[in-house]
Design a protein around this ligand. Sequence first.
Ligand code: BGC
Length: 685
Amino acid sequence: MQRKDQAKKILKELTLDEKIGMIHGAQLFQTAGVERLGIPPLKFSDGPMGVRQEFEPDSWATINHTDDYVTYMPCISALAATWNRKLSSDMGNVLGEEFRGRGKDMLLGPGVNIKRSPLCGRNFEYFSEDPYLTKEMAVPYIQGVQNWDVAACVKHFAVNNQETERLWVNVEIDEDVLRKIYLPAFHDAVTEGDVYAVMGAYNKIRDEHCCQSDFLLKDILREEWGFEGVVVSDWGAVHDTEKAANSQLDVEMSVTSDFDDYFMANPLKKKIEAGEISEEVVDQKVLHILELMIRLHMLDGKRKSGAYNTPEHRQKALEIAEESVILLKNEDHTLPLKKEELKKILLVGRNAEEIHSNNGGSAEIKALYEITPLMGLKTHLGGNVQVDYIEGYEKDPKKEESDTNWQETSLENGGGSVKQQQEDEALKEKRAAMRKAAVEKAKEYETVIYIGGLDHDHDSEGNDRPDMKLPYEQDELIKELLEVKPDMPVVLIGGTPVEMGEWIDQAKAVVWGWYAGMEGGNAMAEVLLGEINPSGKLPETFYKTLSDCSAHCIGEFPGTDKVRYAEGIYVGYRYNDKFHIEPQFCFGHGLSYTTFEYSNLALDRTNRAITLCVKNTGDVEGSEIVQVYVHRENEPDIIKELAGFEKVSLKPGEEKQITVNVEIENGFTCRFFVGSSSRDIRLMD
Ligand code: BGC
């Protein structure tokens, strides 16, 4: 029987109460099933990097058993930095298998919101500032997850680009901009990725909450894109029974335990009984849910069983982490370190030792383990090399909040900006003393590596960062260390760019790592020691200062009760190119321990394919990400946009011809720019 017919047949058997039970949370992470008909509840879990820990059904207290430790994969920004579609598919497959292994039906991700400002607290959960890169990486991830009879739920639909006032902020955006920059990844998730679920965002658009918006959910998602899957609300994003019921939302989820009082629970039942809302709208939602269940084999006993914590999953976590590391700067071949010559190394900075997995908001992971850079370097170097560590700085005192109900309380004020800590004298003095101790100690070592950056006190759901600076007076520390150790590589870990202007000219080598999953420390050690040749490229612009970012200098960020995206399509490199703003490191930038030469560009306009030759001209094996940008002559305002990329691995001296498929609409006359980054263009037609 066809899926739709089967769903309709089941629907006929259901009472109103049973139907209502299926369209709202009956627990924090599941709906009600209908036992007498063998319909199971729908079980959700975050998030983009692994299956989240188990909570009590009706409170945010964690169950604290040992069975929910899982594979902790690199964050979505790290995945994007690999520019490797196959790895994205692999990550989706790992997660799908793990989610199924843990008995889940829906993975609440991936997040495909555009990185509009470096300050957005959830940037580490998002791919890029560029719609093309975002969709190219998101689609294989979604397909990988869904291979395992688990639904992906692409989020947060739409324009959820900040955490400040995330529940109430009204986004003012031109439709053209919405469609060109902020919607393409959602569109392709639906039309190419065949994503089974979409999560409506907290914020408003055109004065209406996204989860109740006909413009987004009906006109665009259902009617224009033909989406037939399930629309789930973000947790606590519904505000009105009638609007939600009559909208294209299917499931209301929230953060509180008064499940029967949710807008789409008893209040909806009463309105249906009073004849104020038609039962048909509920039927439509239930049909979507039943069809999803049929697709996931939840009703026919033919479902894949999945598995979690397998060695293969850990191996994938390592491979993605390895390809995510970005070599931003490397003068005088400072890196890689010469392993044979190392005797005594000092690591300075808390990210040598920090555990990131268990933090950051709903993307937190109860990781089976997490290899830190300190651990990674020690295990790679062995007992004959002395590896020491000193903190170098003190973090800010923790915000006062209860860990257990973080998610519930985060909705009370709708999200905000991390308060600049009152840097009291005592903290300043302590940091000065720690700095001095680190600098004195550094003098005793031939090799010093700085490993600092951000952490999930900054890259975190519910808050945006107050500025783009490195926290904890790290600039001062890095400067002082570089004075005594000019060759010191600076390794920064974070989910979003930081200002580096105070010391960047002084530093010879700078490496960017992300929250890179359980094997992140091993990957970093391999890169620093040259066992792996770095090949990651920036999926976003690293501005010199915040005022070089268009959301801040033309548009508004974070706005007040409304935020106007006045910068239009000039987001990220589109703005920098157009207005000739020199970034610190441009979109697509990333160095290698080898060099590549590009030649023989040929265009096949009919098949929208570009061929060229790439040669490894250095003496180590490496991978290059060849990027194709287009300039459309009838859109003269946009200098260039990413329209294709391919990653190629080459042995020393090896040359390969590669083909890059480009995405261009018919009827456009285009110029093509082929390069190693958005500003290192090697060939053009
Ligand atoms: C987040 C979502 C998440 C949900 C469930 C919300 O606070 O915005 O991304 O999936 O909670 O944890």
